[in-house]
Design a protein around this ligand. Structure first.
Ligand code: GYE
Length: 345
């Protein structure tokens, strides 16, 4: 068998080339292991406020919009130096990032907690270091509320209730208030406050209606792929689904594919009523064409509110513990051309 083998001179040439590359990397301050540390070059410039943001992931269109909102708000032009890290859905990664923010003595820590529980230790460390923590989007379950300064996010229980109230009204209008209604629920990430709150809110309304049968509910991680997979299994198990509650638009997109492939119809003229959450542009277009019956808005544009909270803290003003952003409910009746034109996400 023939082996390819470099001769001695090629080996030496390769070694020299490697050394030259390494030298350039060292001189250029470049590292083989690029991470958030490398963004620090100018972090003490021009009295910028240094904000460390731990984003939980990039699982959905909503999340992308939320990240863009943060990046658009915490710019040098606005007086900030932003350190940004994506935790890829792992609480462990958020722990590491928050600890690195603490050791770099950032001025503020902003983070979107992937799940509600388990934050006591790391938040105590931030408190001890005297760094204010602002929760973004999702909340934490914690006894000692002094471990965070403020929350800027959504009231998920209220969003879940809005979904329930809309269904109540829709069934009334169709004269089906007394009929048996079979419901399945695609839930978001297990233990995430967005999932927990939406589930609790909807269940509260559902418990007032003995004819609403929740056939099944399963976690589908807020992703389109998982939404499709879980919906396929629901469709196999239950031939008579009337309503799908999908706790975000991405799961809805996946579920719609599964339903289409199964031959059943959806939306205002179809057999299955679709209730979604988030109201990103692509979903609002489906509301406008009658494919999604209702979309409970969740507003991802939180960067500007967080920077306003920071401005107030810098000015020594009193702040509230919790700020909830404004949110609407969208049906075919109020998704206008104008709204679609101005939606940026
Ligand atoms: O609904 C979903 C995202 O926490 C409100 O997380 C957020 C949720 C949002 O992945 O699309």
């Amino acid at each position: 068998m023939k082996h390819f083998k470099f001769n001695k001179y090629t080996d030496i040439a390769a070694m020299i080339l490697l050394l030259v590359i390494l030298l350039f990397m060292i001189l250029g301050g470049c590292s083989l292991f690029q991470n958030i540390e490398d963004e620090s070059v100018n972090e003490h410039d021009e009295n910028l406020i240094v904000v460390g943001v731990s984003q939980l992931g990039s699982e959905s269109g909503w999340r992308t919009a939320n990240t863009e909102s943060v990046q658009a708000s915490f710019t040098k032009k606005n007086g900030y130096f932003l350190l940004f890290n994506n935790a890829r859905q792992k609480q462990e990664n958020q722990f590491k990032t928050i600890r690195s923010f603490i050791s770099r003595r950032v001025d503020y820590i902003v983070f979107a907690p992937v799940v509600e529980t388990g934050w006591e230790t790391v938040l105590s460390e931030a408190k001890e270091a005297g760094i204010p923590v602002i929760l973004m989007d999702r909340s934490v379950t914690i006894e000692d509320k002094s471990l965070y300064t403020a929350l800027v996010g959504s009231n998920f229980v209220e969003e879940g209730e809005k979904a329930g109230r809309w269904l109540e009204k829709d069934l009334e209008e169709k004269g089906r208030s007394e009929k048996d209604i079979n419901i399945v629920i695609l839930k978001g990430t297990q233990g995430a406050s967005a999932q927990v709150g939406r589930t609790v809110g909807f269940s509260t309304i559902a418990s007032e209606h003995s004819n609403w049968n929740i056939l099944d509910q399963e976690y589908a991680d807020f992703t389109s792929a998982k939404g499709k997979e879980v919906m396929e299994s629901f469709l196999k198990k239950y031939p008579d689904i009337d309503v799908v509650i999908s706790q975000n638009d991405d799961m809805t997109f996946g579920a719609l594919e599964a339903i289409k492939e199964s031959g059943r119809t959806v939306g205002i003229d179809g057999e299955i009523t679709i209730i979604s959450f988030d109201a990103v542009m692509e979903a609002l277009e489906m509301v406008a064409e009658g494919t999604i019956n209702v979309d409970i808005e969740c507003n991802p544009d939180q960067g500007k509110y967080i920077s306003e909270v920071i401005r107030m803290l810098e000015a020594g003003e009193e702040i509230e513990k919790e700020y909830y952003v404004e949110e609407d409910v969208f049906t075919i009746d109020n998704v206008t051309e104008e709204l679609l034109n101005k939606r940026t996400y």
